[in-house]
Design a protein around this ligand. Sequence first.
Ligand code: APR
Length: 298
Amino acid sequence: MAPPKNYNSIPAFHAKLQSARRILAVCGAGLSAASGLPTFRGPGGLWRNHQATDLATPEAFEDDPGLVWLFYAYRRHMALNVKPNPGHHALAALAEKVPGFLCLSQNVDGLHPRAGHPPEQLRLLHGSLFDIKCNACGWIQKDNYDDPFCPALAAAAEDVNPGETLPLLDPSKELADIPRQEIPPCPQCDRGLQRPGVVWFGEPLDEDMLNEVDSWIDEGEVDIVLVIGTSSQVYPAAGYAEQARGRETSVVTINLDAEDEVRRLRSNDFAFAGDAAVLLPKLLEPIIGTPVTDGTYA
Ligand code: APR
């Protein structure tokens, strides 16, 4: 099928945006790529010969909590060492201007909150690297930015000179085993270990959060769904664009690979190929204006 005539026209998108009252965004790792964080399925998706996605399971943690924690401690360290980019700031600014905007993000890197995105207009579908929970009981601690998270994970927080590789990332260098006893135990129960507060493959998402998202979608027609920097392979995130689609809804794909999608577009849809950090400020400009400094908005 031929794509809609104006599918990649910024002025045509701006015309739709001007009258939009209810906007949903579904974000993925591509949004944080311009900040310097690797995506999952593209280059950089490997960590020391492990598929990043193989370490993101309760079984992997049960088997070797030290190894899984090293991977997450390293991701915490990387996330703390980068900044939100103009794409995160543009979404935060949109939230300030449009009360009917809800942002769903699969990203656990803390960059949306650090861009000042109002929490009531943000749902972190897959949790946060900076929440810590118990793997046995319901204990949870929010906003833990310790780096390294505990002394046994110091290798993940080493600083290296530009151009050098962190020894931890070099698969030819042996990793010292981190014994289970060196991972902090749960302070509440005597059974569990502290683990990252992210949702792993095979685990359910927070049910109350999912119910809130469903109710928000059901409240009325969603004018625009922005699908930003995600390969749309993981559910429920991958299903929200179609769930929110009504008669007049425009689903807008913003992705390096967006041109691959154009055959699947419906008549009101748009697809913009490129870096989300560059495209979002331009696409949202009629509502959020132009950035002041560092891609931030007044
Ligand atoms: N701007 C826009 N899009 C980009 C950019 C960029 N600068 N860089 C990469 N992309 C796109 C890629 O083309 C790809 O479609 O971002 C997408 C990233 O896809 P994934 O790596 O699969 O990440 P994501 O969709 O967020 O993964 C979903 O899978 O492993 C789990 O829990 C993890 O939350 C993650 C989930």
